[in-house]
Design a protein around this ligand. Structure first.
Ligand code: ZN
Length: 132
């Protein structure tokens, strides 16, 4: 496994794009709206990993709820896996709570699954596999 990306919830995407462009000395390589999740995402490449900025597209979005509860900041850590379904099976059998029961389509050409933070020390974990 490696850290595929860190997901950061932001309330003002334009401002955060500027901040991370300044920090990293590079522009985002991709902007994508994931309608089903109610988010607009922006990706920066950082070595082998990425930073994903997430802004809510509507009030019912999980990102809007996260920010109103906890404020802006680290939202999830994403690990790259080769076989997402077998990883999901394995973690489920070890008692972890999966938020989605089958892999779903995420941003950046990935199949993804979220693991509930209550079983991972308060951090939302995302598993992701490149979409075939
Ligand atoms: Zn993510």
């Amino acid at each position: 496994m490696k850290i595929e990306h860190l997901g950061i919830a932001v309330s003002n995407l334009e401002q955060s794009i500027k901040a991370f462009s300044d920090l990293l000395g590079t522009s985002p390589y991709k902007t994508e709206v994931v309608e089903s999740e109610g988010v607009k995402t922006v990706f920066f490449q950082v070595g082998d990993s990425k930073i994903e900025l997430l802004e809510a597209t509507h009030e019912q979005s999980a990102i809007a709820k996260f920010i109103s509860k906890r404020g802006e900041g680290l939202h999830h850590v994403a690990f790259a896996v080769d076989h997402i379904e077998s990883e999901m099976e394995r973690l489920k059998s070890e008692g972890y709570t999966l938020i989605n029961e089958s892999p779903k389509e995420g941003a950046d050409q990935k199949l993804i699954c979220f693991i509930h933070p209550k079983s991972t020390g308060g951090i939302l974990i995302e598993l992701c596999q490149d979409r075939p």
